[in-house]
Design a protein. Sequence first.
Length: 361
Amino acid sequence: MPHEVRAVVAAKRGAPVELQTILVPDPGPGEVLVSVQACGVCHTDLHYRDGAINDAFPFLLGHEAAGTVDAVGPGVTDLAPGDYVVLAWRAPCGNCRSCRRGRPWYCFDSRNATQPMTLLDGAPLTPALGIGAFAEKTLVAAGQAVKVDPAARPEAAGLIGCGVMAGYGAAVHTGGVGSGDTVAVIGCGGVGNAAIAGASIAGARRVIAIDIDERKLDGATRFGATDTVNSRGADPVEAVRDLTGGHGADVVIDAVGRPETYRQGFYMRDLAGTLVQVGVPDPEMKIELPLIDLFGRGGALKSSWYGDCLPRRDFPVLIDRYLSGRLDLDGFVTETIGLDEVESAFDKMRDGRVLRSVVVL
């Protein structure tokens, strides 16, 4: 029997979100029903609201969540009611060409629930990133619900479901940061600070934080930045070279995703260095670089999708690091809010006043 729950819906492009009652079905084969305890407000939710992802309105927003399993559908054997889980928007299928080649972090057929969640009139909702967790309950594929240590408070734990994992993985998995490396991170929001934390944990000897907001730079030191550069008043490329003996960084992570920051990152690298783009660009943006520089500088230019993570492998590890005091997830939580405050959280996000607003249910 469908469950009537409160949820945050983006009804049409650019319009303020609405708190509505929706219908969530009982789980079918391979699905689980999750009671959401906390869900972070991510930039991707704002992109959905503004129609920058696609036009499949109405959207059920929210995807960066932790909660408990209410019920499991037929065929689900590795989860049970009461399990504490973090939701992942990638659930490798095991069968696509990428999974078969041993690269499941690129899975091209990630699993989602097959039954739709709907408005009261039966209109189907499109869940953000296949999750839709700005809701009291949500329905996901079993592979999207990852069991973690229940000692982790949900406000912090849910953040590894998207932003923290994306930034951390961009450094550790995509960028391959290792002991003794020098790293520069452009953009000190939630994803950028997670990249800083990942680089620090991975053993980087110097982690340079770059932003135009002095408040964000001050905060970046909490996550492991050894140096900061305010690019509003200094050339960040020259500043990074000065801090690295004139060479440039071994790994540069662009957590902004704009042509100007990508260009800075490209020239900020040491010869044969790695540039990782994890910031999501606007679809209309383009980059132009001299081909001789692409050839002559060598190295690697990479995009990081979800930090190239495997949720069932990586989420428990990050939670363990949080509980042991090595990863400061609490530091990402700027405020806790209710379901009816998501629209105002978007305003704060635009203004750069928060790392994360977290909806608590």
